[in-house]
Design a protein around this ligand. Structure first.
Ligand SMILES: NC(=O)c1ccc[n+]([C@@H]2O[C@H](COP(=O)([O-])OP(=O)(O)OC[C@H]3O[C@@H](n4cnc5c(N)ncnc54)[C@H](OP(=O)(O)O)[C@@H]3O)[C@@H](O)[C@H]2O)c1
Length: 357
């Protein structure tokens, strides 16, 4: 299962919207074949492993997610395993996709195949978090990434914020972007920084095939821009790939992909409507890199599943900008987080936290 988990990780840069799954087929302690999910519309991990194995009669399959039982863009993996004569299948996590949801396991058992569930489940739950959340609640994982100083400031009063953290932290962000399906910012950051939110081959700290897979499948990009203030010449619009989400019927030019969603009470893009749209678009892993206005709105509304903070050993002073627009009158009102990981990245710290509870 550990090998299947590691194989699944190789699919993380290109499998979206499908989950990055790994599969290994074993017989008499010999590996017969192994594989991981190919890009959407192509073979799933089980089929890759079966093709590599040739003859899998009597084999045990280790697969990180329940094999699919429905006809999607590709045929059901359950049928492929049954037809190949597999004797036993070990599954880490049941697929919450309503089209599967235990039916894959039931079909394997009905065909006389032994099925075990749960080995490696904690690791797979973490690796597939975005996909599993989307299947369980309708939209994927929302990660808010912020670069800040030791005193919690994210930009100078003038708006200058490039670069608070060092080169190593920025390279780490490139890797995180590569593992995301969608990058999001607010129009305030587009106006201040003319950001692109792209992957940059020379800064992406991946090697060989993983780098090729990541660069061939970069994350989509999106600006939340209620009134259509994104300038026509903004770098994020170059190439016509980014989506501008508005809360009004505004024309941004024929080459700009614009989506109008409901407005909230302040006339801004309604976050609930936006999140529903993210689910409809089947984004598993959404990463927000925004200024205090949008970051604050997401944190206040409890929309953030994971907070990734890069903290640089610098002090920016008390007129520099805060991380999030939020006001509380008592400590008891302060939202609480649980720190899951602290890692030193070059001269900076990377803190990964999740809302408590
Ligand atoms: N250190 C870091 O990690 C980091 C990262 C990014 C940016 N920054 C810095 O942040 C500064 C920009 O901050 P900012 O607060 O102006 O920009 P922002 O948070 O990126 O964008 C804010 C804008 O998003 C739009 N928006 C659309 N729907 C919204 C909603 N429901 N709730 C809130 N906003 C919504 C609003 O404009 P409309 O009402 O017109 O739609 C709002 O003014 C810059 O100085 C930049 O350098 C720092």
């Amino acid at each position: 299962m550990q090998r299947a988990i590691e194989l699944g990780r190789q699919a993380r840069y290109w499998s979206a919207p499908n989950p990055p799954v790994g599969c290994v087929l074993v017989r008499d302690d010999q590996e017969l074949g192994a594989g991981f999910t190919q890009p959407a519309g192509q073979a799933h991990a089980e089929v890759m492993a079966l093709n590599a194995a040739g003859d899998a009669t009597g084999a045990t399959g280790y697969v990180t997610l329940e094999p699919c039982s429905h006809q999607g863009q590709t045929g059901p993996c359950v049928s492929a395993l049954i037809d190949a004569g597999a004797a036993r299948v070990v599954v880490a996590v049941e697929d919450p996709n309503p089209q599967v949801a235990g039916r894959g396991i039931a079909a394997l058992r009905a065909a006389g195949i032994d099925v075990e569930l749960g080995e490696g489940a904690d690791q797979v739950e973490a690796d597939l978090a975005g996909f599993l959340l989307r299947m369980r609640r309708g939209y994927g994982r929302i990660t808010l990434k912020i670069a800040m100083s030791l005193d919690g400031r994210t930009a100078m009063a003038s708006g200058e914020s490039q670069w608070i953290t060092g080169e190593d932290a920025r390279a780490d962000v490139q890797r995180l972007r590569a593992g995301s399906d969608l990058m999001v910012t607010g129009v305030g950051t587009v106006l201040a920084d003319d950001c692109r939110l792209t992957l940059r081959a020379d800064e992406l700290p991946l090697d060989g095939d993983a780098k090729d897979r990541a660069l061939a499948h970069p994350p989509a990009r999106m600006v939340l821009d209620s009134k259509g203030r994104t300038p026509a010449g903004a770098q994020i619009l170059e190439g016509g790939q980014a989506t501008v989400v508005t809360a009004a019927n505004v024309a941004l030019g024929e080459t700009v992909h614009t989506v109008e969603l409901d407005a909230d009470a302040e006339g801004r893009v309604d976050i609930g409507a936006w999140v529903q749209y993210l689910g409809e678009q089947a984004f598993n892993d959404i990463m927000v890199e925004a200024g205090p206005t949008l970051s604050g709105a997401l944190l206040r509304g409890g929309w953030v599943d994971r907070l990734i903070i890069y903290q640089a050993p610098k002090l920016l002073g008390d007129d520099a900008r805060a991380m999030a627009a939020m006001k509380f009158s008592a400590l008891a009102e302060a939202p609480e987080f649980e720190i899951n990981e602290v890692t030193r990245i070059g001269a900076d710290l990377r803190i990964i936290a999740a809302p408590r509870g």
